[in-house]
Unconditional design. Sequence first.
Length: 314
Amino acid sequence: MKELDKSDNVISVSEKSGRNNLVWDDARSFLAVARYGTLSAAAQTLNIGIATLSRRIDRLEAALDVPLFVRQQSGYQLTEDGAELVEKAEALEEAARALGASVNHHPYLTGKVRLATAENLATTLILPALPEFRELHPRLMVEIVTDITAVNVHRRDADLAVRMVKPTRGNVAIRRLGTLGYGLYASSDYLATRQADSDRGNYESDSFVSWGEVQAHLPAAQWVERILRGRQPVITTTSLSTQIAATAAGLGLAVIPHFLAEGAGLTCVDADIGIDQPIYLVIQSDLAQARRTRVMADFLSDLIIANRSRLQGH
């Protein structure tokens, strides 16, 4: 098992002044640090190590012979020269993106790519964006499997997967894309009848919607069990869609992903209950460079990264 690593794509820019050639990944690293302000956040976005990121910034500054950042304990702040470079680096980024799109778009890309993911991600996030993917690859068939409890990428049950549990074995490549945030939610009708002295963290008088025995291992189910301390939930279900319906009906409080609860018109009682889950992209290692798998992986990565705040619940 290995972390998914994208090879450096080099765009050399020679200058008559005799400066060293510039490397595109150095410019990309510069933009990430400029946007996020810290090495740790930028390195996570680029899926590289902090030491590698630091070397790229140093190499770019040496090639340009100017300091681009002021290193502070709180993070990296752009210098005047660095601020002037942002627009030029973004132009490079756009050119690289256009070049990648022209290479990846192949009218004869055919076959099937099988994606395993959670049903809530498939129905609410991935499927609404899939028409754009289909426009680029109209001959590529997409198969989505939402029963991920029975699917293992390393057993070749799927080509790639978006999941919240990191695989611990198998010949797979892994990349963390974001975080799925959870909160405690209720309907407005339930809150209208809730006891006035029910402070945050005090749920002695509350009813709860929870999971059945088969799903008792889920973090949400375990959180509710800890809160109930031996009391029974008012109802248990076996899917998030029925949990949301039960909560919307006013049956009680439920632990629900933020992006699903807000779309259902529910009210957040506690936005941070400590069970947020990482979102991983998992690919069979021997398929990671296959074009049909790669274009789907790029599509999923861009989609989830673009929706990071929504998924995390900011």
